[in-house]
Design a protein around this ligand. Sequence first.
Ligand SMILES: [Zn+2]
Length: 70
Amino acid sequence: MSSRRHPSGLKACRECKYLNPSSASTCESCGSSKFADLWEGLVVIYDVDGSAAAVSVGAKKPGKYALKLY
Ligand SMILES: [Zn+2]
């Protein structure tokens, strides 16, 4: 339902939770084509090496990640 769509226009990859532009056809991080339009929480990862936040979301690439997918 569009009323619950995240206002940012980003969609979350179902494989790695990386947040991609709504226009993306494949995930910029892992190449998956499965996305969730409904997601919650946002973590910005600046450095994937030695970052506790990166480890906790399983980030392989700096960028924005969703915490919870629907
Ligand atoms: Zn991905």
